[in-house]
Design a protein around this ligand. Structure first.
Ligand code: ZN
Length: 225
């Protein structure tokens, strides 16, 4: 595992510092960071760079993998991959985070392994939680399209990056037409052939994705490096 070289590469490409802060869930809450076993890390912009906040109560090997995952997102960003943002509304944030995951993860997982010998075992274990709790999650989503579409993309992210889960994923897809719709449109528009597509192409794909799902007036913003 070559996380030091990865961190150096990211800092050099971004021309900014990247720092890591390991906290317990309680310390996280006090500092305004929401980290938990389900979502053990986050990256925030700080003056002059980036801060990766990581849950310090997961084991050190897992912490390393999860920090590498966050660094992987920054690396792709530095090389020209954009994130999409809407408002701070919870459901909108859920969908945009799933969009950003589908767009980045297959590039990121492959890259961490081939260039830095860093596996994504822990990340994929967390992602697979949806296989156990899928029906419940879908029931809780009710008929909220933003959440159902987000679930469709989560299943897409999983089918792309794991082996042997396809039957269970297909089973969950049958639970809702909205879920299938987002899954299929995501497959068509959000799985880029390369991560360095021109910014206009990235914007057009994401805009198409929203429009074809029936969202007309969402204030889509892309954020790059
Ligand atoms: Zn990610």
């Amino acid at each position: 595992m070559d996380i030091t070289r990865l961190k150096d590469d990211v800092s050099e490409l971004l021309e900014e510092q990247v720092e890591t802060l390991a906290l317990s869930a309680e310390e996280g809450i006090m500092a305004g960071y929401s980290i938990s076993y389900e979502s053990p890390a986050l990256t925030v912009a700080i003056p002059g760079g980036w801060r990766i906040v990581i849950l310090n109560t997961i084991n050190p090997g897992e912490q390393l993998e999860i920090v590498a995952h966050e660094l992987g997102h920054l690396l792709l960003k530095a090389e020209g991959l954009y994130d999409v943002k809407l408002t701070e509304d919870w459901s909108e944030k859920y969908l945009t985070s799933q969009i950003n995951s589908v767009i980045a993860h297959h590039f990121l997982i492959e890259r961490l392994l081939s260039e830095y010998a860093i596996p994504s075992t822990y990340h994929l274990e967390l992602q697979k939680n949806i296989l156990a709790t899928g029906e419940e999650l879908i029931k809780d989503a009710g008929d909220e399209p933003l959440i159902l579409h987000g679930i469709g993309l989560r299943l897409l992210d999983l089918i792309i990056n794991t082996d042997g889960e396809e039957d269970r994923i297909r089973e969950l897809l049958t639970c809702s037409e909205q879920i299938v719709k987002a899954f299929e449109l995501g497959e068509e528009l959000l799985v880029y052939p390369i991560h360095q597509l021109p910014a206009e192409d990235q914007y057009r794909r994401i805009k198409d994705f929203f429009q074809r799902l029936g969202y007309k007036n969402l204030p889509i913003r892309l954020s790059g490096r």
